[in-house]
Design a protein around this ligand. Structure first.
Ligand SMILES: [Fe+2]
Length: 283
């Protein structure tokens, strides 16, 4: 029988947190053969080019590239040499490669009995791998998915902010995001810092990040590898659709009430938005 990704203490911690609170879990994927640097280099070469975002770290500085012998690394070489270059690689939607789809499914299957009764069926299971040089920073942003970030190698500090605080993430920004009009990066204000909780992650540790909880990330002094397991849910779709419907109400000069926090289901506004969308497509 394959090893459990989330041992009993991780399951009980997740039970206490899901879906609204951010905090640490543990995991058992640190030494998984699909997640070594070599395996990830092979994965990077197997994924479609638009699923790999990377900085090769060997670009010439102050020299016309035409004058330099072409020595640009491939993404696989970049990953293998990531210790020694100021580089970073993001592998997106790793479930496009069947072995990784199976790993993602197996890991999240362990949590289905906790997730489904609360937020409904799991949809859009997606995995992301972040391989980064020491010290790199991911700026303040939010994501629309439920997320568990597993630290595999090195350390990173994730500072997470409450998703429900509209001073950090305005209603208008959320509505625009769900209508596809807005980038998920957010303006940063030093006054926000007091609202964040910094969680330092070591190999074997993970963090549950609730839907749309803003966060920023700083890598520690060593090469870092992390794996993000994400999914959407019936609940997160309804909240997103209620936000979109609120934009319609706002356009009519109304000041709509914010969608309810979990466990509110937001069914009425979500249904109204889905009906409107269907009518628009049909018309
Ligand atoms: Fe994120």
């Amino acid at each position: 029988m394959p090893i459990a990704v989330f041992p009993p203490e991780a399951r009980s911690a997740f039970t206490a947190l899901y879906p609204a609170r951010a905090d640490k879990l543990v995991h058992a994927l640190t030494d998984h053969p699909l997640l070594t640097l070599d395996a990830l280099a092979v994965l990077a070469e197997a994924l479609p080019a638009d699923s790999v975002e990377w900085n090769p770290g060997d670009l010439p500085i102050g020299i016309d590239p035409a004058d330099v012998p072409r020595a640009r690394r491939s993404v696989g070489e970049t990953i293998r040499a990531i210790d020694s270059a100021a580089s970073w690689v993001v592998l997106k939607r790793i479930e496009q490669v069947p072995a990784y789809a199976a790993l993602l499914r197996a890991a999240l299957d362990e949590l289905v009995d906790i997730v489904v009764p609360r937020t409904g069926r799991m949809h859009q299971l997606e995995g992301f791998v972040f391989v980064s040089s020491p010290g790199s920073v991911t700026p303040f942003h939010f994501d629309p998915e439920h997320n568990i970030l597993l630290q595999l190698r090195g350390t990173k500090t994730m500072t997470v902010f409450p998703g429900a605080d509209e001073r950090l993430l305005s209603a208008e920004a959320q509505e625009a995001f769900h209508l596809g009009e807005h980038h998920r990066n957010l303006p940063w204000d030093e006054a926000f810092a007091a609202h964040g909780a910094a969680v330092e992650l070591h190999p074997g540790e993970a963090i549950h990040v609730p839907v749309k909880s803003p966060h920023w990330v700083k890598n520690g002094p060593a090469l870092s590898i992390s794996l993000s397991l994400t999914w959407r849910s019936e609940w997160s779709y309804a909240e997103a659709d209620a936000r979109a419907f609120n934009r319609v109400l706002r356009g009519m000069g109304l000041r709509p009430r914010r969608p309810g926090a979990f466990p509110a289901r937001n069914r009425g506004k979500a249904l109204a938005w889905r009906l409107m969308r269907r009518l628009r497509v049909g018309g």
